[in-house]
Design a protein around this ligand. Structure first.
Ligand SMILES: NC(=O)c1ccc[n+]([C@@H]2O[C@H](COP(=O)([O-])OP(=O)(O)OC[C@H]3O[C@@H](n4cnc5c(N)ncnc54)[C@H](OP(=O)(O)O)[C@@H]3O)[C@@H](O)[C@H]2O)c1
Length: 290
């Protein structure tokens, strides 16, 4: 069962599960169209969660649903904790009582980014924003609820969104450049861009295996947002002169972000027995499937 199948990662998780021949059930909250047979679930409502799990009887639940807008979480902390912590608790409690394994999708933003290098699973967390703090609570709730549960951290997820019009970092850059708009990108914020279709398959395979605890399942690169923009322009054949490098000090956002929140993916690569999908490969796959 994919909770949050109407979101970017969730929709690709559904496709990956179908390709693996699994019997999949997806849930949406407000976006009904696009996921055939999906059921409605509001994770902040324990009755809605138990109805959904009782109907689907899943062996494995992947929780992709979250309040994902980082600045909105900063403005609405109560709502952020309600969805990202309490909502996770509701799903985790239901999984515990039904015996399902829970895979929780988390974020590179649990780190403070001060190290200046990639983070591995065993390193201490120090979230800077309400979003990151509430997601870390979601991690804790997941791991407390069941010894076999798994937390998969991703970073800047990109890919085509076939379900809703919601953009992501890469589709926003592609769309802006195609429309001749200038794109200002941080050259002092480093992340590990994560191709949604690849991450979905990786996470499902890890979830179906014996791995438990925390695992980093992002892409393998460590790139600034400006460097990502440059590669997007190159692969899609767009005008890179519209990209403008800016610093986070010049153009601050409401919620604090880590300067370098790149993730080390050695554990996932050794568990899966293959390399994670790099940005160039992910962009080429995107271009080929437009
Ligand atoms: N996107 C990134 O760059 C990024 C980076 C790091 C980590 N992550 C994590 O990766 C996961 C997936 O992110 P995404 O970008 O794919 O998400 P997304 O596209 O923003 O989709 C969010 C999903 O959550 C559902 N949802 C939101 N509130 C809900 C509620 N109260 N009850 C039930 N469902 C609810 C939405 O349902 P409706 O649309 O139907 O309302 C949607 O299916 C999240 O846990 C996020 O924190 C994402």
């Amino acid at each position: 069962m994919v909770v949050g199948a109407s979101g970017l990662l969730g929709q690709h998780m559904m496709s990956a599960g179908n390709e693996l021949g699994l019997a999949m059930t997806g849930t949406y909250n407000t976006v009904k169209e696009g996921i055939p047979g999906a059921i409605q679930m509001e994770i902040t409502d324990p009755d809605s969660v138990s109805r959904g799990l009782e109907a689907a009887c899943p062996e494995l639940v992947v929780l992709c649903a979250a309040m994902t807008n980082v600045d909105q979480c900063e403005r609405e902390p109560d709502a952020a904790y309600k969805v990202n912590m309490e909502g996770t608790l509701n799903v985790a409690a239901e999984c515990r009582s039904s015996g399902a394994k829970l895979v929780y999708i988390s974020t590179d933003y649990v780190f403070n980014g001060l190290k200046g290098m990639r983070y591995h699973e065993f390193e201490p967390v120090d979230p800077l924003s309400i979003y990151a703090k509430s997601k870390l609570e979601g991690e804790r709730v997941t791991l407390d609820a069941g010894r076999g549960n798994l937390v998969c951290r991703v970073s800047v997820v990109y890919g085509w969104n076939r379900v809703s019009g919601k953009s992501n970092f890469v589709t926003w850059i592609v769309d802006s450049l195609r429309n001749g708009r200038e794109v200002r990108l941080y050259d002092d914020q480093y992340v590990s861009p994560t191709y949604a279709p690849s991450a979905a398959r990786d996470i499902l395979e890890l979830g179906l295996g014996k791995l438990k605890g925390v695992c980093h399942t992002s892409g393998p690169d460590c790139l600034s947002r400006y460097e990502i923009g440059t590669m997007v322009a190159e692969v899609f054949g767009l005008d890179a002169s519209l990209l403008k490098a800016v610093s986070t000090a010049e153009m601050p956002l409401l919620a604090k972000r880590p300067a370098v929140s790149c993730l080390g993916v050695d554990l996932a690569e050794s568990e899966l027995g293959r390399p994670m999908t790099g940005l160039r490969q992910g962009l080429e796959l995107m271009k080929a499937s437009e």
